[in-house]
Design a protein. Sequence first.
Length: 344
Amino acid sequence: MDKRTELEQLGEFGLIDRLTEKFTIEQSSTVKGIGDDAAVLNGGEKLKVVSTDMLVEGVHFDLSYVPLKHLGYKAVIVNLSDIYAMNAEATQITVSIAVSNRFSLEALEEVYEGIRTACDLYKVDLIGGDTTSSLSGLVISVTAIGEVDKDKIVYRSGAQENDLMVVTGNLGGAYMGLQVLEREKMIFKENPDIQPDLAGVDYILERQLKPEARKDVIHYLNDLGVVPTAMIDISDGLVSEAMHLCSNSNLGCNIYDEKLPIDHETYRVARDFDLDASTCALNGGEDYELLFSISQTDYEKIKGSEHLTVIGHFTEKNSGMNVVQRDGSLVPMKAQGWNHFSEE
């Protein structure tokens, strides 16, 4: 009997590694292939960066509570975030969509209105794509293209021992927004006469339904004259992304629980759900903030910034990857964020 390996055993990145391990780079214009937030191509005076993400109905989004316009907007944003994670400027996108016959023209126009809104706000051009039919709902695939000066490209692999670990914005809000939406969906299924209770949770709902990519931070760091040594966007959870930076840079790290930036609304709603806000911040995912490292010599340039929080530092590899608890104890990191192939 042929061996059968379940995809869940590998996870997304293990699967990518397995499927692509025999591929080699043949073109001299390919600077960086698989393994970072975006591929990097030699585009003459500047480097070109390219990234693709796919959103699948029933896996990545639930149309019982996700408005179609918000879905189109978010589909663009999650791809632009990957471009900014390379310290690049996003310039163009393509959009491919597979759709079943339960969607009308008007419904698709709503999706594309969200796409147009994102393009207008982030100054990117829609330059192409594809449409086809689907037997199982809606699928949206976006490819984002950007460019960056050759001396400013940032990979996941450039962190150095003792570099500071910095995060933009705050964490855990998108995850808590999802918990609220799922709770109200279950209540509605049990009793359709009950109206959703969404009072006082506007911020975390927006973090889930209408996230923003941190183009502003890329411009801010450029104005400060700071080029991160390594960077990644936070889509699958802070711990998961920190582990990617450590693995790619061949280092360990310490992240301090007490330093995690968490909005007061996220704290409050996590408490209502009997969840630990720090755990949500560490593992929740879909925040689309940026996690990056800087040399300690650049600390004075970012100190006091409302955009940025220093949450830890990189250590030598044998020290491991740890979360430092408030009592000083070390808890080894274990990625618990989104697994695309989990049966849960």
